[in-house]
Design a binder for this molecule. Structure first.
Ligand SMILES: [Zn+2]
Length: 184
């Protein structure tokens, strides 16, 4: 079942989410199924989704497994995720968020984050897991883990008045120039 996405301004997006005590709880498993359905419903725009974005203040993130391929339709449920190590090297990715603008009004901005990270989490079957992530996938995981800590990517965009773009303007710029705008 597709869930409604909360938009910026909703306090749940800026609240530190509670850790999940029992992964086997039917309500938790149903929430994970519904979150994955919600991701697939808007697959071209969706790299991940976290429970606060659907109004549940719980530490659950769904990340699309871009480490396995560009068009992969595989989604990892990360429960109580924690970034346990990160590189000092950073990469810049233009990030957007399902909770920050809808459709043409979606907003994107350049975000610098560690290029490589390791994340530890509980899988939906209750196993403790560790995953290494690089480049774009590393940004996806960090963006989603941030949601469980009440943090939105806007916080990291330098000079938001010049570096935040509406998706339609950004798409047009990329179409005309073949590249992302310079970060000012
Ligand atoms: Zn987001």
């Amino acid at each position: 079942m597709k869930l409604k996405i909360r938009q910026i301004g909703d306090p749940v997006l800026e609240t530190i989410a509670k850790r999940v005590e029992n992964v086997n709880d039917k309500k938790i498993q149903k929430l994970i199924d519904d979150m994955i359905d919600t991701c697939r419903a808007d697959i071209n725009r969706t790299a991940g989704l976290s429970a606060p974005q659907v109004g549940e203040s719980l530490a659950i993130s769904i990340c699309r497994r871009f480490d396995l391929g560009e068009d992969v339709d595989e989604w990892e449920a990360m429960i109580n995720p924690e970034i346990i190590s990160h590189s000092t090297d950073e990469s810049i990715v233009w990030e957007g968020c399902l909770s920050i603008g809808v459709g043409d009004k979606a907003i994107y901005g350049p975000v610098a984050r560690p290029k490589n990270i390791s994340v530890e989490y509980i899988s939906r079957t209750g196993e403790k897991k560790k995953l290494d992530a690089a480049d774009y996938f590393s940004h996806v995981v960090q963006h989603e883990v941030d949601h469980t800590n009440g943090i939105l990517f806007l916080k990291y965009v330098p000079k938001p008045d010049t570096n935040l773009w509406l998706s339609k303007d950004l798409d047009q710029y990329i179409e005309e120039t073949g590249e992302f705008p310079a970060v000012n």
